[in-house]
Design a protein around this ligand. Sequence first.
Ligand code: NAP
Length: 673
Amino acid sequence: MSLHRVESFAAGRWIGPGADARTIADAATGAPIALTGDGNVDIAAMLDHARAVGGPALREMTFHDRARILKALAQHLTAHKDALYEVSYATGATRKDHAFDIDGGIGTTFVFASKGRREMPDQKVYLDGGPEQLSRDGSFIGQHVCVPLRGAAVQINAYNFPVWGMLEKFAPAFLAGMPSIVKPATATCYVTEAAVRLMLDSGLLPDGALQMVAGGLGDMLDRLGPQDVVGFTGSAATAAKLRGNRNLLDRGVRFTAEQDSLNASILGPDAVPGTPEFDLFVTEAVREMTTKAGQKCTAIRRIIVPEAQIDALTDAVRAKLDRIVTGDPRDDATRMGALVSEEQKTDVLDCVAALADETVRVTAPDMDRPGGLLAPILLRCDDPDAARAVHAREAFGPVSTVMPCRDMDHAIALANRGGGSLVASVITHDPAVARQATLGMAAWHGRLYFNDRDSMDQSTGHGAPMPHMIHGGPGRAGGGEELGGIRGVKHFMQRTAVQGSPTHIAAIAGRHFAGARTQEGPAHPFRRSFDALDIGETLETGSRTVTSDDIAHFAAFTGDTFYAHMDDAAAARNPFFPGRVAHGYLLLSFAAGLFVDPDEGPVLANTGLDALRFQKPVAPGTAIQVTLTVKAKTPRTDDYGEVRWDVTVTDDAGDTVATYELLTMVARDGATA
Ligand code: NAP
């Protein structure tokens, strides 16, 4: 059978492997399947292409434009995912494992697509936080803004997640507006290649937005500059080598590392045998050991159990592991597939041997099997305080070590001995234990996962990084951070402090700021379509006097007879009121009565209020007036978009009575509805 030739995609061309290409074998059978590496990839041309072609094309778009492409891309990958499943079996992954890598990667892309539309503006500049008032009168303000970096995002990935590993970096980089150069690990690069081909064949991506190197990166790191980013995922040893690259250090190139970690899971003191938490703990421990044959950076390597429970727990985990069928991932009976290669199996067994002085083996030794096939290995360490290697050596396979703890403080201390991890979990039904664990552990772990009978049906699993939450950890875990919703997008952007007048900041941001210039529109704003409305367009209403009868009527009608609205003397004894005052909600209602245009028109619905503040009480006899200004516009569909209005209610002394942001849905030009 001829071997598949894995190609690189560089500067718009597919380039095959060269004369010194490496052979890749099927994980389960050991049979050669593909050739990769050492093609004539022009590294300098790739970087030029990303910076000169991909970057400008991406920066022409808004965040929403790019989010829409990501959604279409995720849909395209979903439609073709069976093809990726087929290719992926050769990595040793079972059908269930595909859910983590392939479906997980597509799901992550969907989440960034959705968050991009919901949480980012339809603009080219992202505002990080709100404005800062830098002058007493508000005529000089500051605003942190984020813009895409102008270089290439070089993404070096580990072998265990050839699809998720690429997409969890590509999606936020793309949304930010940075072109990606993907370098998958050689062992599984044929799966990444298949995914990259699907993405390029979709025709959705602008030229230069995505390139891929199969094989070595050549001198790419030596060619990077301050606008480039390196995102690395892999072992601590490789991370240490790459982050020490002289050029990266000299030129201040951003370098993020996600590396291996000795993740721990703690059985809570309340989770004794017979409780749902005990069974849940056993299930999670076994799942973490066997999913992807334990080749997950987040897998549980250390199982920390109260002394009284260690025998019962060890027996329960071993009993479940004994029932795990290990074999070719294509066989229906197989519960756990293979390690990626025979060499990886050797690495794992070497590591287990290095732990032998500190541990005893609980599961029976495996028979000799071909390729990367290896049954799960449960170890037990009875003196975890004296042990060193179990807290330091990662056996990147189906290997975990059970160890006893005296109490929660001891459990926390042991978990923290990993020197920084991606995730630690505690299975407990006791919220006080969750709090104690968080205070004692959070500083050492990128993610804390608590689970119990109340959440277990819906929980996402100890080992699953969620795109909404950060992934990464301190110290040993690499000190990096990825994902975490829009936080993950900002890693590919420069945050800049911009200072100036509100009018300048409004023009930069594409939204109105208090104190910025405003202008009257040609008609009442409720008669103008979403597309016609301009940022800063303002309506000044007439005024209305709030009377005692209005207040009494509102109180009787709504049932809100709070004393401040009913009893002059009682209200005056309250430090906030001069005497009887109008209800805040009455003022909001009167404000709406002042600014709405009643007839059917483009304004479709009021969807809420944000940032409501009542600033000055309104006594009977006071006249109020409203200023309504278009603050921001966000398209939602082809038919309508959200208009956010700044609303300021003032009294006849010219003082501000209330401020808020009003949200409305407004029809677009040419809407079909
Ligand atoms: P690895 O050997 O460290 O390789 C990681 C990546 O670095 C691969 O793409 C590799 O390419 C590349 N690389 C190696 N030397 C390089 C060099 N001199 N210049 C440029 N690139 C270089 O790790 P792995 O064996 O693929 O993955 C397993 C490890 O990754 C485990 O330790 C696991 O814990 C960790 N991991 C961490 C996370 C996380 O998010 N924290 C996720 C998954 C895995 P080649 O394959 O071509 O050498």
